[in-house]
Design a protein around this ligand. Sequence first.
Ligand SMILES: [Zn+2]
Ligand SMILES: [Zn+2]
Length: 386
Amino acid sequence: MAMPANVKTSPDYPVPEKMKAWVLGDPGELTLTEKPVPAPKRAEVLVRIDAVAICATDLEIIYHGPPALIEGGAPYNKNFTPGHEYMGTIVALGPGVDEYAIGERVTVEIHAGCGQCKRCRQGMYTSCHNYGKNYGDVDKGHRANGFTTDGGFCEYQVNNINTLVHVDDAMSDEEATLVVTAGTAMYGLTELGGLVAGESVVVTGPGPIGLLGVAVAKALGAQPVILTGTRDNRLEMGKKLGADHVVNIRNEDPVEAVRRYVPGGVDYVVECSAAPNAVNEAAQMVNRGGKICLAAFPHEAPAVDIAHLVRNNIYIYGIRGEGKSATHRAEAFMRQKRFDATLIHTHSFDMDDLKEAIRYAKDRVEDAIKVVVKNKHAASQRAAAE
Ligand SMILES: [Zn+2]
Ligand SMILES: [Zn+2]
């Protein structure tokens, strides 16, 4: 067996010494190769990866680099395995771990953080001050799957127990990969104050986070929830996830439409579009004292009407990822069937066909939203264990 003596394993879940893993070469270049199966250390478990969703941030990392940071630099030609929205089954426990059991299904958050900096200690581990410092003589133990440490486009990965979220048996593997996306939307609404019951929310941009932002806002009791975007099929999906009104900004001015539905303006905007004028429009949509959460990052630096923000006491929050254990709250909503996140899962591929899966996600082939790759060996192992 590959695992050290202080790691607990079970004959029901045999752990091989080597695994298949995708690694990143030059920008855009992925190769299927073999790596040793990593061993969990203190406060870590080994997860057999059963399914991974592809995220727009994976595409950013694979083609452009940031926010990945490997050994202080770009992630290219460093034997790095990307992929961060994965779920699976625990197959080995590091020394001292009794919080989880072998055989338990989990989905994972991306950021473990370093656990020792000011922000980690506040629960803001997605804003860890030691981001990427996990090598050589700057080893602060920072971990972020598929960003600063190896991720999920492989068969096994180690995870800090702080990143694990238990998955209910009634939830499919594909649905479980969406917990972290719903968790990001939940984190945004948490930062806006969390108590949005009876208050009005606009979500701009019906990508995966925007669509699940609608779902989470509705589950939290917001009313009305208004979704803006450019594609009718996505807006229709937003209605199924709980939007009371949708606005196609190709057909009507979004600010006028929002102010028609909610005279005086809404309480909150969750900005998920990254459109150049999005902040200015959001500032026109909220009422005085309203709050805006920015969950998408534009590539350029847009001009913003600061005076309007100041005169109207408008708050703006940037959020990064899924902090403050928001994934646990998102998973609870999904377990209670408060919304059907699987509506945004459109395609599945075998892990061996990752390149084709990425093409679907990148080029939005057949209107792809969330594309999931699955580990076919996991299904047979699961059958054998039962
Ligand atoms: Zn993601
Ligand atoms: Zn930290």
